[in-house]
Design a protein around this ligand. Structure first.
Ligand SMILES: [Zn+2]
Length: 547
């Protein structure tokens, strides 16, 4: 019996473009047909034209590029979205502009008891440490709490220190540091665990604020072509907000949420994580990850290093003793969690790989897709272990440039040998490591095209004439695009359904204004996303495209 042609007709056809499929079987095509949210056909314009029926929407791409929707394997949409709604410092980069923004925000928001926000850059301040006096001069009466762009430090004013009872006599917590002057008084910067002394006093975020924050983040990420992501930390509050949005059909982004292993709690928290996971997944929200912090960041000497930071005597902070980390990872692995470890320093990376190895020995090897986020310094002995253990290197490409973070706050404190092992993406790929990209937004831009540009050039788009940072670690463009699509889809457990443009997969797509492979296209980061589709539905459309 013949099926009427109508049932074969596509809902949507994109044609006349440069379709880069990220599918090894057919790299390039001209057209895509979408039916019922899935890719019905990929091929030449002629091949796909056969699926155009009377009700098919046909979008002429006029040479624009189509890619699988980008997937960001490590970022902070829930807190990042909230930050968009608060005192937001991410868009400027010097002390004077910060103070102007903070002063204006405080003035406009006279009703707020606390001034809360963040996004300041450590390289805007001597030694990476901003001072309370600057804040006291503009907000003397109300407490101020502003996290750094990497969220590993906070800038507070005297009123906040006073309310928190931080004096010369207050000891540093074991997992953090109060930055002090010669007299031992806090200068106004709190690192890592020391932030908690003030943070616990902040007003509670309402459920409506969480939901508004996630919606703001989602809109921003869709505008950059991102269709799926891994939220590196979901809490009871953000999980409730995600579920509420999913329930109302408002969650258009695929979100892999990571529950947090809290270092101030013991192994009894495993039962809570299992329970939260059981009532977590809904619609496009999946909960299967558990995130562990194994160290801090290099710029404040809290990243765990094999060798001491030069001239300091410290090797950074392992948040968990190596033996304890092995036990936690083995427990989580046995419960079927995907373990996601923040590991920046080479000691943290080694301790984490050791823990994954121990888990495999204890529990056997399964399709776990455990991953290490950021991996800033990898000892060369550990580079091949990612492939051997099947651990994904979930790296943040945008940081691998000669920035103030690297040149002033990192390189002066490490040996020449260590300096050659910073962000060793090329080495990891050559050693066969599974690779995924995560922006860590709002730490850095969430724009995948800017990040891909840096992965390929190792030069900051803010100064394209600069020398590349460790040029042998550059990636080629197909490898960088794969890391942000199929590579991240793999670690998001979405590779069977998304991450490449193949018949049968979900029609999660990003359309760019130009083909970034074209030699005349200009810098990759100058390309713009003009249309983002999730299951064939537009979740972002540039007005230029619809004219
Ligand atoms: Zn992060």
């Amino acid at each position: 019996m013949s099926v009427p042609a109508m049932t074969h007709a596509a809902d949507l056809v994109l044609t006349g473009g440069a379709v880069y499929t990220v599918d090894a079987a057919r790299r390039w095509a001209e057209a895509i047909a979408v039916r019922a949210g899935r890719i019905a056909s990929v091929g030449t314009a002629r091949e796909v034209a056969g699926l155009v029926g009377p009700r098919t929407r046909v979008l002429e791409l006029e040479g624009r590029m189509v890619l699988p929707g980008f997937q960001d394997a490590h970022l902070h949409p829930s807190t990042g979205g909230l930050a968009q709604l608060r005192c937001k410092l991410h868009d400027v980069s010097d002390r004077r502009s910060y103070l102007e923004l903070i002063g204006r925000y405080a003035q406009e928001r006279a009703e707020l008891e606390w001034i809360v926000g963040g996004g300041w850059s450590m390289d805007a301040f001597p030694g990476g440490n901003p001072r309370r006096e600057d804040l006291d001069a503009i907000v003397p009466a109300r407490p101020v709490f502003l996290t750094s762009r990497d969220v590993h430090s906070a800038w507070v004013n005297s009123r906040a220190l006073e309310l928190a009872g931080i004096t010369r006599a207050t000891p540093d917590p074991p997992d953090g540091r109060i930055e002090r002057d010669e007299a031992g008084e806090s200068i106004g910067t709190l690192h890592e665990g020391a932030m908690g002394i003030v943070r616990r006093l902040l007003p509670v975020t309402t459920q409506a604020e969480w939901e508004a924050g996630i919606e703001a983040a989602q809109a921003h990420l869709h505008s950059l072509g991102i269709t799926a992501c891994q939220d590196a930390k979901v809490t009871t509050e953000s999980l409730t907000a995600y579920r509420a949005l999913a329930d109302r059909g408002k969650l258009t982004m695929r979100v892999e949420g990571n529950l947090s292993w809290e270092r101030d709690r013991g192994e009894e928290q495993l039962a809570d994580l299992v329970e939260q996971r059981a009532r977590g997944s809904l619609g496009r929200l999946r909960i299967r990850g558990a995130k562990i912090f194994q160290d801090g960041v290099m710029e404040n000497f809290t990243a765990a290093m094999l060798e001491p930071y030069l001239g300091t005597g410290t090797r950074g902070i392992s948040m968990h003793e190596a033996e304890e980390l092995r036990r936690i990872v083995t427990l989580l692995d046995a419960e079927g969690f995907q373990v996601h470890v923040h590991a920046i320093g080479d000691r943290a990376v080694r301790e984490s790989l050791d823990a994954f190895e121990a888990a495999q020995q204890a529990n056997g090897r399964r399709d776990a897709r455990h991953h290490l986020a950021h991996v800033q310094v990898v000892h060369h002995d550990d580079v091949p272990r990612f492939r051997e253990l099947g651990v994904v290197a979930n790296v943040s490409p945008y940081w691998a440039v000669k920035s103030g973070y690297i040149e002033d706050l990192t390189l002066p404190f490490v040996s020449e040998e260590t300096a050659r092992q910073i962000y060793p993406f090329g080495s990891l790929v050559r050693a066969g490591a599974p690779l995924a990209f995560g922006s860590d937004w709002t730490v850095s831009t969430a724009n995948p095209l800017l990040e891909i540009e840096v992965a390929v050039t190792r030069v900051s788009p803010q100064d394209r004439s600069a020398q590349p940072f460790l040029p042998e670690e550059r990636l080629d463009l197909p490898t960088a695009i794969a890391a942000f699509t199929i590579g991240s889809a793999y670690v998001n457990h979405l590779g069977a359904e998304t991450g490449s443009i193949e018949p049968g997969k979900l029609a999660d797509l990003a359309v760019l204004d130009r083909n970034v492979f074209d030699p005349g296209a200009g810098p990759i980061g100058n390309a713009r996303v003009v249309l983002t589709l999730v299951e064939g539905e537009a979740v972002y459309a540039d007005t230029d495209l619809t004219h």
